[in-house]
Design a protein around this ligand. Sequence first.
Ligand SMILES: Cc1cc2nc3c(=O)[nH]c(=O)nc-3n(C[C@H](O)[C@H](O)[C@H](O)COP(=O)(O)OP(=O)(O)OC[C@H]3O[C@@H](n4cnc5c(N)ncnc54)[C@H](O)[C@@H]3O)c2cc1C
Length: 302
Amino acid sequence: MKLDAVIIGGGPAGLSAALVLGRARKKAAVIDEGRPRNGVTREAHGFLTRDGISPSEFRRIAIEQIGAYPSVSFVADTAVAITGTDGDFQVETAKGQSFQCKKLLFAVGMKDRPLDIKGLKEVYGTSAFVCPYCDGWELRDKQLVIISKGPDAMHFAQLISGWTNRFTICTNGAAELSEPEREELRRHQVPVLESPIRSIDSEGGMVRQVVLEDGTIVPCGGIFFRPKLVAGSNLPQAAGCQVTEAGTVVIDELGKTNIPGVYSAGDAASMRHQAIAAAAMGTLSAAAMNNELNTEAWRERG
Ligand SMILES: Cc1cc2nc3c(=O)[nH]c(=O)nc-3n(C[C@H](O)[C@H](O)[C@H](O)COP(=O)(O)OP(=O)(O)OC[C@H]3O[C@@H](n4cnc5c(N)ncnc54)[C@H](O)[C@@H]3O)c2cc1C
């Protein structure tokens, strides 16, 4: 059976797209290997009506609600190869399944590169975070450490100052800051420590202190850092989609890639990494896909 659409990735972007396509009576499959980026967190924040929900509960509710639309199916597998063109794509999976479809949506997210600071993995998602909009409230007024080297550190400092004015920047090696930037941080009484980080000490996922190679100990109750990211899957690129230097798929305002019939949504196609933004992109892409499908079917009928 040829499906109207295959959605690769079942995070907020892919699931929102599935909801729209299900309600539009389209036959769609969501192929998801189940490794969302926020899998390390206990609570996701800032998604209206779902503030503080666990990522697994979010997914459970989404799948339950999409279950009301019988033309959508879920496949727990990894998509590994794509062939074909608009109107007739084939998707192969790691478990040897094969799906034929008219349109494709890459909602494959982004992945963290391995964390290269000793002790960071133990606190990631519990007391070390990447986005103040997601977790700043929980760390408000605490003594924090920002791990960042260059101009990013300035951006982080200004942003974090909305949640706490007690923070230290650890550059984990020589800072890449200009003299005016250093002067600005001095004016705001933000310490900048350049010694490499030896380890992050924690208990039960809660950071206690950051220990530097020069022996300095920085007590703190939370960390923000900028992780190194890679594309959640190399399939979009393998399928011929244009990608940016940062690894995100290039799309237009409707989520269309440069390949006819192929769309992308969510973190995979954006630097705005928030669940509600990813979900919104999934919704818009699905509406555009549905519009294309309806127009094509209408024309075929005469
Ligand atoms: C530590 C942390 C905390 C966060 N906290 C928040 C928060 O509080 N609030 C908030 O709004 N945002 C938060 N975010 C950001 C949020 O998680 C992302 O913006 C959101 O998950 C993006 O959704 P997505 O659907 O694009 O991708 P994802 O949620 O990453 O989902 C992509 C899915 O695609 C699957 N996949 C990839 N390749 C394949 C393939 N080839 N075949 C099958 N499946 C595949 C993956 O396994 C995954 O399940 C946080 C992120 C991190 C890292």
